[in-house]
Design a binder for this molecule. Sequence first.
Ligand code: BES
Ligand code: ZN
Ligand code: ZN
Length: 474
Amino acid sequence: MVIEVTSADPDTIGADLVAVAPGAQASALGAPERAVADADPVAIVYRQLGAPLAVVALEPDFDGLRTGAARAVRACRRGGTVAWKLDESLAFTTAEQVRALAEGAVLGGYDGRRWRSGEPPPAVERFVICGCDEALTPVADRAALVARWTNTARELVDAPANLISPAGLAERAVKFDHLVSETVDPVRAGLGALAAVGGSSPIPPRLIVLRHAPPRGAGGLGAGGSDSPRLSLIGKAVTFDTGGYFLKPQSDILRQKADMAGGAAVVAALGAIAELDLPLSVTGIVPACENMLSGTAIRPTDVITTAAGLTVEVTNPDAEGRLILADALWYARRDGATHIVDLATLTGAMRAGMGDVYAGVFSPDADWRDAVVQAGNATGDLAWPWPLHPRYRTLIESTVADLRNNAGTSFGFPIVAATFLQQFAGDGPWAHVDMLGPALLDEDRGDALGAGASGYGVRMLVELATRLSGEAAT
Ligand code: BES
Ligand code: ZN
Ligand code: ZN
């Protein structure tokens, strides 16, 4: 979808639907009082002259505007062009409005029903923000770019595991422009944990590495000098998690095509960061595999050797995410990462506790944790700080190896998982985002995203990289 910004009147741009918030603007465009009152959330008015008018009720906040734009796009069933009349009486700067509307329109245009046969329904191709200073075009462009990459992550997550395998994910990622990519065979590279989990499937595991280098001559904080930050983004990509010999129950297994949502967010964030050409060195590291039930699957109590050299007794083969992330963390530090964030659909308990709204963020470095939380909350990827404490370490002590991969107790799952990862995070800032709740939405939360894959993490990571690079986002 193309987003345009124009000072023109919405009735002059060839729109198939004109959209407006309730109020004076709606009346001026010909909406009767009743339509304004009936906008719950959208009322369509067929006017004698001009395209149909959608009066879109708005919650009075930034996310409300995003949602309004998405609703206008979805209300335009015949596809084509939606014209949104900007309302300067709203309590936002025009730039904020443009950012929210552009993002909401692109997110609202996503349609997850890609595998239906027959003609696809007509799509909205143009969303024009009318009555607006055209100098704000770059604001719209940036918001639309990040939202488009968020939709790429949603596509990858919504895709079933028979279509997105580790190799399939790698194939998609290596085609992205401006990125240097590499696909590592974990068996050859000595990534013992990724090799062990992935060995459960006839489809081989892969470590996908994507690199964005700052543009030459860039002056940002991260512009490539020896003391500039090198950000590594790590994403869990278990393309299907059966639970292995701790086979998941039916209701849980149905969600497991989304167990690569962290990896999808990292891949898409790298795509966005490269397209924005941020003045920062950013590497995406995505351990990708299946966790299947087979003759070559890990047996509960097997001991495996991780790339870092630490041995792990696998007391729960369904706690596989932390195993593959352990090798990815080691790889990132060996690669020279100064700052690391990992994203993963790691523990069901996170969803039980936080619902589908917030992800939890863990880090022994409070500043880095807060940077991640704030980047998320500023962009709609809501995040909340969670604790770590040395006392949790005893819960993952093994009687036969350096560590066990889960606690023998039935509490504290998200923190135990983060504590396990901490053993591999090396020196320097590291944060872990457990995004199980918001990654895959069973129901429409009433926002721009609707049901299905949310693309959680893309907006957060792009914002974090932007802030670290010293560039202003808009
Ligand atoms: N992939 C699952 C988490 C998950 C559950 C994702 C439901 C999507 C929907 C993860 O690998 C897992 O199985 N976690 C376990 C950890 C436990 C064994 C410590 C869990 O949360 O039950
Ligand atoms: Zn699992
Ligand atoms: Zn998993």
